[in-house]
Design a protein around this ligand. Structure first.
Ligand code: GCU
Length: 623
């Protein structure tokens, strides 16, 4: 079958036709070859999916580790066509052995990465099959979506043996339409998740974080009416700050249909009409609104009704913009006292995905005097963003264009754009998010600059209410650090990473370092710092000691305060996190130790030094 040979490179790009050709109706333990079902459709983005009533599919799933992806490919690397597919029980007439059984398979928890659940999976990179049964009663006149909070890195989904969707990208949520394949009563879902790294991936082969695989965020079923609200955007207008503007988009609704927006606490009850493109433009005056800010993280219940569909969200309203080299929050200049955070769960390790994880990590940031966090290097879980909204922390959210992705590969650009669409589509109403970051530490060349400038232009379309940034590398001439990367032109706010005192020079080197900045834009030092093993003490010149790390911070704060247009900082990093690049025995042991706090919550000297500087507002004092 021609398309099968086409799919030899299935691991890289072409699938649906092949998968459909290989469809199976599966019930736990029996396999039937079925006529090709309705083709699986690309997943959709839902705004506020976590605010919708849903049926959770979290919990224990059966799992089969399949390093050679034998469950999908034959020994000639073709899609299996005659029944060698997982989830099959032996048939009386079978002339071949059945060599798997989900019924007897060990369990994996969802949501969670698999690496921290089983010693044997700690370093595992490859495909794992998940399966679980569930009962469900689909209501008539509805559509049902399988909501996946995140699946790292590539994933395929079947419900009752029918392919429903597949996805690439490990840190954004997606929703697969399962309306056509669900039936009343007993159902089951099978997922193949493969965290193999790819050169043409986003991110690509090299990262300085653990490649946690699996269904790492919540999975559920969401039921909506035939015509439903898929995305909406409501924010305070920059140009008319006493009015809220935005839009509501519906799927399956006829032009002319009405949308109603209510904010009971503010006595707002307004409506708008759906246009040809499914969107209703929203714009209404508001009085008595308390603006959202770190000091006053006021959130309002917002109800959106459209025909039979309704959703209630909790949203804060604030404006964010730049004026020359200033960042203005609600029209006033602000200095972002921040820290960078990885989605590593404190104490238990593995992917962070619970309210408790978020409250612990953001609680430490607040305790340190932060009003800002850089969520690195990929979109974090909605639980983290909801907590930032509640706790009053401004957020830098980042697309995982990290280091050297294939900037000259249009397919890779499409993947990065898709992940941005999902990140922004899902999280666009978080007052906490003020910055969309396009990338981190990318090599300066024409293809790279074009690639990211294209993404930045897309974001300006998708969300003109926020600021665009990226973490740039800087270059040196003698004792002068120079920020002149051409990518800066495409950004509203320039982020830069530097490691004076760690990867270069001594901590004192900062005292004699000057900065030349070729942009009249706000600057954020998005990374600086150094490693320290919690509890290891010595002279400030002894690397890996808390004293050495604290000394880096002492000299850094002095230097950074001499950069006139510095408007924020997010030192690297709040908490030690796992990384495959950090093998130093007795010190790193598989952890990046640049945390101000250890993975077990031990605060290092530098934590208290930065806390003092933040609480005394001793940063950002160049003017
Ligand atoms: C880089 C990178 C981080 C990394 C850090 C480090 O700048 O952006 O992801 O962890 O440096 O080396 O510790």
């Amino acid at each position: 079958m021609k398309h099968l040979s086409l799919c030899r490179s299935l691991r890289s790009s072409c699938r649906p036709a092949a998968l459909l050709a290989a469809q199976f109706l599966l019930t736990a333990g029996c396999l039937v070859w079925a006529a090709p079902p309705a083709p699986s459709s690309p997943p959709i983005v839902l705004t506020g999916a976590d605010r919708r009533p849903s049926t959770s599919l979290n919990g224990d799933w059966a799992s089969i580790v399949d390093p050679y992806f034998n469950g999908l490919f034959s020994f000639h690397h073709e899609i299996k066509a005659n029944g060698f597919f997982l989830n099959r029980k032996a048939q009386p007439g079978d002339t071949f052995p059945t060599e798997y059984d989900f019924g007897k398979a060990p369990k994996l928890k969802v949501p969670a990465d698999w690496n921290s659940q089983r010693e044997s999976l700690f370093y595992y990179e490859g495909p794992i099959w998940y399966q679980r049964d569930f009962t469900y009663q689909p209501k008539p006149q509805t559509r049902i979506f399988l909501h996946v909070g995140a699946a790292n890195y590539r994933s395929w989904f079947w419900v009752n043996g029918q392919a429903v969707c597949e996805h690439e990208g490990g840190f954004t949520s997606f929703n697969c339409d399962v309306t056509a394949v669900l039936h009343p009563g007993a159902n089951f879902v099978v997922a193949a998740v493969d965290n193999t790294r790819h050169e043409d991936g986003v991110p690509t082969l090299e990262t300085d974080w653990w490649n946690y695989g699996g269904l790492t965020r919540s999975v559920s079923l969401i039921q909506v009416p035939q015509a439903f609200i898929d995305q909406y955007d409501l924010h305070l207008s920059r140009t008319a700050p006493s009015s809220i503007e935005g839009w509501v988009h519906l799927q399956g609704a006829l032009p002319g249909a009405k949308v109603q927006v209510e904010i009971p606490e503010l006595g707002v009850n307004t409506s708008a009409t759906i246009a040809e493109n499914g969107r209703a433009i929203i714009h209404f005056p508001v009085s008595g609104l308390q603006r959202w800010s770190p000091e006053t993280p006021k959130l309002y219940k917002v109800q959106i009704h459209a025909g039979p569909d309704a959703i209630e969200d909790v949203i804060g309203f604030r404006t964010i913009e730049t004026r020359g080299t200033e960042i203005l929050l609600n029209g006033k200049p602000i200095f972002l006292r921040g820290v960078a955070i990885h989605a590593e769960a404190p104490y238990r390790l593995g992917r962070a995905n619970t309210d408790k994880d978020a409250e612990t990590l953001l609680g430490w940031a607040k305790e340190m005097g932060c009003n800002f966090v850089r969520l690195a290097h990929y979109p974090h879980d909605e639980t983290m963003l909801r907590a930032a909204d509640r706790m009053g922390l401004l957020v830098w959210s980042e697309n995982p264009v990290y280091w050297a992705v294939q900037f000259d590969n249009p397919k890779v650009l499409a993947k990065a754009a898709q992940q941005l669409d999902e990140e922004i589509g899902t999280s666009r109403n978080h007052a906490s998010i003020i910055l969309w970051s396009m990338a981190n530490e990318t090599p300066e060349n024409g293809a790279r600059t074009q690639f990211i400038a294209t993404l930045a232009a897309r974001v300006r379309e998708l969300d003109p209410s926020r600021l665009i940034t990226a973490a740039l590398l800087v270059r040196s001439e003698g004792h002068t650090k120079i920020i002149d990367d051409p990518l800066g032109k495409a950004l509203d706010v320039i982020g830069f990473n530097e490691y004076i005192g760690w990867y270069e020079q001594t901590p004192q080197g900062a005292d004699t370092t000057n900065w030349r900045v070729d942009y009249q834009k706000p600057l954020i030092v998005s990374e600086f710092g150094g490693g320290a093993k919690a509890g290891l003490h010595g002279k400030p010149t002894d690397r890996w000691t808390e004293e050495y790390q604290a000394d880096i911070y002492r000299h850094q704060l002095g230097m950074l305060n001499r950069i006139p247009q510095l408007r924020g900082m997010s030192p690297w990093v709040l908490m030690d996190f796992r990384s495959p690049n950090r093998p130093l025995v007795g010190i790193q042991d598989g952890f990046n130790r640049k945390g101000l706090i250890s993975d077990q919550g031990q605060k290092k000297q530098a934590f208290f030094l930065l806390q003092k500087a933040y609480n005394e507002n001793a940063v950002g004092k160049a003017d």
